[in-house]
Design a binder for this molecule. Structure first.
Ligand code: ATP
Length: 483
């Protein structure tokens, strides 16, 4: 692992928070640029050895909270490739598009709605475009606003743009050896439809009673016009979605309950509530299937941005799939024998956005005293213990055989219980700093006193407090603090 250069060269600007985070992620094996040795493939990112642990912990925490800890939600893992007709039924073939325009000078592809949002965010202009509805704003109204306000191309400053046209975001491919319309398949742009098409399978096999939900974590693909902001907007990403089926009469009650649970998921894992808020969609902005949508937004370094979409989808999806498949997707009330298509509430979380949010919210720069008494900058990820990629690092004070042997024995016994890391390279100070930067809650140091008193030093990440603990009591000490 490489060390960070803290000292700026003459004339060098202090990096922005996002630049620092992207650099930390690369340096510490959290997230790497995709296809890097070939010059990179823009806006693709690969999770490294530490990042994959963090991402798995986010998914595990979400699954535990919404599936294992509840009786009314069960899991599913559906295929990414589905019959093309699924996307006709869902409305994606006809309507899953963004307003696209090109800068006539530099040819940069731009999303008209995002350009307007960025302009308003930067200037604080209180006037909105006529009929403003985000990505659904009528193209002529969006263009009139861009012209009226003199909004420029962010790439080259140009003011001449092509007309706004609709661009479908679904990736197409072909299944099998022939490339004709029969073999056309789409990479799913959301995991939700895999749930709707399995509604009957889950109902019949699991004998679910309303209200109940089906949860899924998986990849989704969108050919975004303007990806960016690190892993905030990419073309391949993971979603964590729930379709929660209810009687129409009780949608609002269940909607509010799940809203509260969603917010608690983030705050329970340590996100500062002051950095979270609900944003309600205006009637014009609502998707074709939705009667109410609220987003959980996080205060990212560039402004508020969507972290979770939370829609009341009515009975739209199941009704559409009934129509297109000819298969009845009904629920039968065992008492009244009444048969009906349930309504649906959808909490839709972005897994990668959640990972990024946890990193940003946990990132701290602090002044700390080194072993020799000087003050230095310490970067620390104050991640919730459940999310920390490594829970315990075992470090012999020096790379000496007599310390390595007991340190390895401790490592071998702890790794069966906790995600444990062993490190004997470089000075102890540098090793502490490395663990701070990936958010490891505890470092266990084996020193020469250990050989005499059979105790180790346990250093706490947040307080940097050091305690001597007997080796025989170490596992219980850590268990108490990590579970
Ligand atoms: P946005 O307005 O940011 O494009 P959206 O409203 O299209 O998002 P939804 O369709 O509601 O997003 O998807 C649910 C969640 O999936 C979002 O809240 C977000 O966390 C995540 N998500 C959507 N698109 C992307 C993407 N391109 N990259 C990463 N995560 C995404």
């Amino acid at each position: 692992m490489k060390e960070e250069k803290n000292n700026l060269k003459k004339g060098e600007k202090e990096p922005t928070l996002m630049e620092k985070i992207v650099s930390l992620c690369k340096r510490r094996g959290i997230i790497f640029p995709g296809s890097e040795i070939y010059g990179g493939l823009s806006n693709t990112w690969d999770y490294g050895p530490i990042g994959v642990e963090l991402k798995n912990n986010v998914k595990r925490a979400w699954w535990k909270y919404f599936v294992h800890d509840r009786e009314d939600i069960v899991g599913l893992d559906a295929a990414i490739l589905m019959k093309a007709v699924v996307w006709e039924a869902s409305g994606h073939v006809a309507g899953f598009s963004d307003p696209l325009m090109d800068c006539k000078s530099c040819k940069k592809r731009l999303r008209a709605d995002k350009l307007i949002e960025e302009y308003i965010g930067k200037t604080g202009d209180s006037e909105l475009p006529v009929n403003w509805a985000g990505e659904k704003t009528p193209p002529e109204d969006a263009m009139a606003y861009i012209k009226k306000k003199g909004i420029k191309c962010p790439e080259c400053g140009g003011e001449e743009f092509t007309d706004i046209r609709k661009f479908n975001l679904m990736f197409k491919t072909h299944q099998g050896v022939t490339e004709d319309s029969e073999s056309l398949v789409y990479l799913r742009p959301e995991t939700a439809q895999g749930i709707f098409v399995n509604f009957k399978n889950v109902l019949d096999s699991m004998h679910m009673r309303l209200p109940f939900g089906i949860a899924q974590i998986g990849k989704a693909f969108r050919n975004e016009i303007t990806p960016g902001n690190f892993i905030f907007r990419t073309r391949e990403f993971e979603q964590m979605e729930i379709e929660y089926f209810v009687r129409e009469s009780e949608w609002e009650k269940r909607y509010r309950e799940l809203q509260e649970a969603s917010m608690n998921f983030f705050t329970g894992l340590g996100i500062n509530p002051a950095n979270l808020r609900w944003r309600k969609h205006s009637p014009e902005e609502l998707s074709h299937y939705s009667r109410e949508t609220n987003d959980i937004e996080y205060k990212f370094p560039w402004g508020w941005g969507e972290l979770e979409g939370f829609a009341y989808r009515t009975d739209y999806d199941l009704s559409q799939h009934e129509k297109f498949s000819g298969v009845k997707l009904r629920y039968r009330d065992s008492e009244t024998n009444e048969e009906f298509v349930p309504h649906c509430i959808e909490p839709s979380f972005g897994c990668d956005r959640a990972v990024m949010t946890f990193i940003i919210d946990a990132y701290r720069e602090e002044e700390a005293r080194t072993a020799s008494g000087e003050m230095e900058k310490r970067i620390v990820l104050k991640l919730h213990k459940d999310l920390a990629p490594i829970k315990v690092a075992v470090l012999p004070l020096m790379r000496k055989e007599e310390l390595i042997k007991p340190a390895r024995d401790i490592f071998n016994s702890l790794k069966k219980k906790f995600m444990t890391y062993y490190d004997e390279t470089q000075s102890i100070g540098k090793r502490y700093r490395r663990q701070d930067e990936i958010g490891t809650p505890f470092c266990v140091t084996v020193d020469y006193d250990t050989l005499k008193d059979k105790s180790v030093t346990v250093r706490d990440r947040d307080e940097m407090k050091q305690e001597r603990i007997k080796i025989g009591e170490l596992e219980d000490y850590l268990k108490e603090r990590l579970s």
